[in-house]
Design a binder for this molecule. Structure first.
Ligand SMILES: C[S@@+](CC[C@H](N)C(=O)[O-])C[C@H]1O[C@@H](n2cnc3c(N)ncnc32)[C@H](O)[C@@H]1O
Length: 248
């Protein structure tokens, strides 16, 4: 059973080792330290250009963005929360776009994480541009607390730090904003954890991390502020939720 505290009464329990809490991660505290944290936070962009998006009530297919001017504080609070939640031998994968990368790197250094790798994920389907290059990469930081003691299951003999992984094209399927491909998340989780380990995703989104953990036999706590995303999370975890209904 995963032990945590939250005042939220909106919880989706796939089983006792796979739990989604709908809450702000800042209101949740773990009673068991995590072996691995996987965090793909909002980008903190487009706020000035699109006030409507910010003030819009999030729906089942959108996520809660952070205004650009609040981003440095938000990312620092996230990194501090993760550092506190992690075992001394634990690791963290932290994702970022390029726009706010400097705030992310500052927070990581200030909080005391050690950066092991700075991976570039190259994807296809960047947004079309007229007067600048199309953004088609993302940054993945691999962070640890103790550089002499952490899990590293080397995925291949010569693993390089540029990964070319396709974004999934969901034909006829409504998805939440910015869902990561399962095989990207899988690569991070296999590398930095072992079966039975506790993985925490404090900004869960559509439930990709939870689905990967269920497949890979890792325990998982996911935290997501937008409770309307439950619909999409249930779709992604359908197989496991159906099994649960049959057992219940
Ligand atoms: C980029 S998305 C994550 C996408 C996810 N990796 C996936 O594959 O679906 C970031 C998520 O963080 C959520 N979020 C934003 N602020 C949050 C907070 N304070 N606490 C918890 N979740 C938050 C957003 O609603 C959004 O769903």
């Amino acid at each position: 059973m995963i032990k945590f505290e939250s005042k939220s009464n909106k919880i989706l329990e796939v089983d006792e080792d796979h739990i989604v809490v709908f809450d702000d991660f800042r209101n949740v505290s773990l009673k068991e330290e995590a072996d691995l944290i996987f965090a793909d936070p909002p980008f903190g962009i487009n706020f000035r250009g699109n006030h409507l998006t910010y003030h819009r009530t999030p729906d089942a297919l959108s996520y809660v963005e952070v205004p650009r001017e609040e981003y440095p504080r938000f990312i620092r609070e996230l990194v501090e929360w993760c550092y506190k939640a992690l075992k001394p031998t634990g690791s963290m994968w932290l994702l970022s776009g390029w726009n706010n990368l400097r705030h992310v790197l500052d927070a990581v250094e200030d909080v005391g994480f050690i950066q092991l790798n700075h991976i570039i994920w190259k994807y296809q389907f960047g947004v079309f541009t007229r007067r600048r290059f199309v953004t088609s990469h993302y940054h993945l930081l691999l962070l640890v607390k103790d550089k002499k003691n952490y899990t590293f299951n080397k995925p291949e003999h010569y693993p390089e730090d540029v990964w070319i992984i396709k974004r999934t094209y969901h034909h006829n399927e409504e998805t939440a904003g910015n869902e990561l491909p399962d095989n990207l998340v899988e690569r991070c989780i296999i590398t930095s954890s072992n079966p039975g380990d506790l993985v925490v995703d404090p900004v869960l989104g559509s439930g990709t991390t939870m689905r990967v953990c269920l497949r890979l036999n890792r325990r998982c706590l996911g935290i997501e502020i937008n409770s309307l995303l439950e619909k999409r999370i249930r779709e992604k975890l359908r197989v496991w939720l159906e099994q649960k209904c049959m057992i219940d």
